[in-house]
Design a binder for this molecule. Structure first.
Ligand code: NAD
Length: 285
């Protein structure tokens, strides 16, 4: 079994991004800028935003976080997004999800200018992804594809099973795999007999949020396992959705949690923000 080391690859990618950002600044004077909206006091959301801000600092990007109270109104968030859409110092806009119940998340995401949609959640970018056109791709599944690529794992013609069908993880993961000519199955909470499906997987992608959902008898010998889940155990340890200890004895490759997909997600956020900054710089030339 070999680990798919997202920590090592993300460090390498970040170093490339630092250089590219320097070149962009030397050529155009522009510094990539990311604006984040963080609503409420959820500790996990706050921790993710802090990690993203730190990554921007490491990369030499400009970043700003708009912290808003949990009882914020729809119009207040919308006005902030409109302001960011019009701010030339901001290349990427990220709305940390989930938003509180009173907020219409779909309307919020649709308001982000597609050229600043570095999370790839706007329907414009979702449409471009599903039709195989260039655009912004959600950071987590994009990071997974980069990680597979680093280990020369070609998904073409492989049976790829994706467990979890959210708009931010499972669905874009499946679209990327299909675009890369994999045979793709998508499972979710209503899937009958999950094991029957996971046993088919040459490559199994799991993004659900349930500790030990995938056990050793659900994985075929030699399969490649990509664990996207992030869960905290009662004693505060970070774990994925896969029973790592037992499954790792059976598979050929596996992502650790932490140190697998998580750092790749952050690296892809930087990469998407740099891509947005370059496009904005070209428009201004
Ligand atoms: P979500 O709650 O929006 O979606 C969960 C999906 O899992 C749904 O499609 C649901 O149908 C499915 N599901 C739930 N229980 C199931 C079960 N028992 N069997 C099969 N399918 C089931 O969650 P999300 O935002 O997509 O996140 C999923 C996981 O990925 C979470 O653990 C989250 O923390 C993690 N995540 C990790 C990263 C990263 O960078 N590694 C990024 C985003 C999300």
């Amino acid at each position: 079994m070999q680990l798919l080391d997202g920590k090592a690859l993300s460090t390498k990618i970040e170093a490339e991004i630092v250089n590219e950002a320097k070149n962009l600044k030397n050529k155009t004077g522009l510094v990539p800028g990311l604006a984040v909206i963080l609503v409420g006091q959820d500790p996990a959301s706050a921790a993710y935003v802090k990690m993203k801000k730190k990554a921007c600092d490491r990369a030499g990007f400009y970043s700003v976080t708009h912290e808003m109270p949990n009882d914020i109104s729809q119009s207040a968030i919308e006005n902030t997004i409109k302001m960011m859409n019009n701010n030339p110092n901001i290349d990427g806009i990220l709305i940390q999800l989930p938003l509180p119940k009173q907020i219409d998340t779909t309307k919020i995401l649709e308001l982000v200018e597609p050229s600043k949609d570095v999370d790839g959640f706007h329907p414009y970018n979702v449409g471009r992804l599903t039709t195989g056109l260039d655009g912004f791709v959600p950071c987590t599944p994009l990071g997974v594809m980069k990680l597979l690529d680093e280990y020369n794992i070609d998904v073409k013609g492989k049976n790829c099973v994706v467990v979890g069908a959210s708009n931010i993880v499972g669905k874009p993961m499946a679209s990327l795999l299909l675009n890369a000519n994999a045979t793709v199955e998508i499972c979710h909470i209503f899937t009958d007999d999950l094991k029957k499906h996971t046993l088919n997987a040459d490559i199994l992608f799991v993004g659900v949020g349930v500790i030990n959902l995938i056990k050793e008898d659900m994985v075929k010998d030699g399969a490649i396992i990509v664990d996207i889940g992030i869960n905290r155990t009662d004693d505060g340890k970070l774990v994925g959705d896969v029973d790592f200890e037992k499954v790792s004895k059976k598979c050929s490759y596996i992502t650790p949690v932490p140190g697998g997909v998580g750092p790749m997600t952050i690296a892809m956020l930087l990469s998407n923000t740099l891509k947005a900054a370059k496009a904005h710089a070209n428009e201004r030339e």
